[in-house]
Design a protein around this ligand. Structure first.
Ligand code: ADP
Ligand code: MG
Length: 254
């Protein structure tokens, strides 16, 4: 479904290399996790998949369903079914949360939505996620707590129904109970949409106990150094990232 080939990424303004020689292949229905130290390029990778123009792709390619997406705009990528739950969701003053979600659905599906069905679905989703109804009428992310922002990303996800989901540290800022609720919602979504693939960026194996990954990758110095199963996440939590240096043979997992 998503194929990243020998990616090299620099910042657009000062041409600093952040990602180098990174390859990753995610098939339909697979769940992959990426772990790695701060500042290693995990969020950059998620933004590059989504098409953020602060970064230049100087080498390599990104294919989605066998077609290169590197020349597509952010909205074209969103329309094709890619969704990013951001590490730091942006505040948009003056645009209410429900208006934002409604517009996003209309833009990605190219259809006018049925308002009655939209409200019904939105109500059921916020109840399941545990957000209060007044959050729908507030400006997007304005004054939302860290946990509320993360839950709101999951609300958008459930309403937009993506085919490929990137979760950038969705677990940071969530208390134990909220994490369970978020994971339950994600698992329900994945059960109903078995073709959907997920890339989970995280520091903690805890989320991976709820959303079981097929592969765990350790990213360091802008590339994937090691690939394994969930045990790699637990091992790494015990020994830390400093001991991971060799590039494993199966790093491309192809
Ligand atoms: P991670 O998510 O793994 O913690 P990031 O992808 O956010 O790391 O950042 C990787 C490195 O690239 C960091 O050192 C960060 O400061 C730098 N970086 C990211 N974006 C930019 C940018 N737009 N301009 C300059 N440096 C950047
Ligand atoms: Mg990050």
């Amino acid at each position: 479904m998503l194929e990243i080939k020998k990616l090299k990424v620099q910042t657009s303004d000062d041409h600093q290399t952040i990602i180098k020689d990174l390859s990753l292949s995610i098939k339909s229905g697979e769940i992959h996790a990426i772990m790695g130290p701060n500042g290693t390029g995990k969020s950059t990778l998620s933004k590059v998949i989504m098409g953020n123009n602060k970064y230049n792709l100087v080498e390599g390619d990104i294919l989605f369903n066998n077609k290169s997406i590197i020349n597509l705009t952010v909205d074209e990528r969103a329309k094709s079914g890619i969704f990013l739950a951001m590490q730091d969701p942006t505040v948009v003053e003056g645009v209410t949360n429900s208006e934002f979600i409604k517009t996003a659905i209309q833009e990605t599906t190219n259809e006018r939505i049925n308002y009655f069905n939209f409200i019904k679905e939105l109500d059921s989703c916020i109840k399941n996620i545990g957000l209060s109804e007044d959050m729908l009428h507030r400006s997007l992310n304005q004054g939302f707590s860290g946990g509320e922002k993360k839950k709101n990303e999951i609300l958008q996800l459930k309403m937009l129904k993506p085919k490929f989901i990137i979760l950038d540290e969705i677990d940071s800022g969530l208390d134990v109970d909220s994490l369970k609720v978020v994971c339950q919602n994600l698992n329900d979504y994945l059960k109903e949409n078995q073709e959907t693939s997920v890339l989970i960026i995280t520091h903690y194996p805890r989320i991976l106990e709820y959303i079981k990954p097929d592969y765990v990758h350790i990213m360091k110095d802008g590339t994937i150094k090691k690939t394994g199963d969930i045990n790699l996440a637990f091992e790494t939590e015990k020994i830390g990232y400093s001991s991971i240096n060799e590039v494993s043979e199966n790093k491309n997992h192809e």
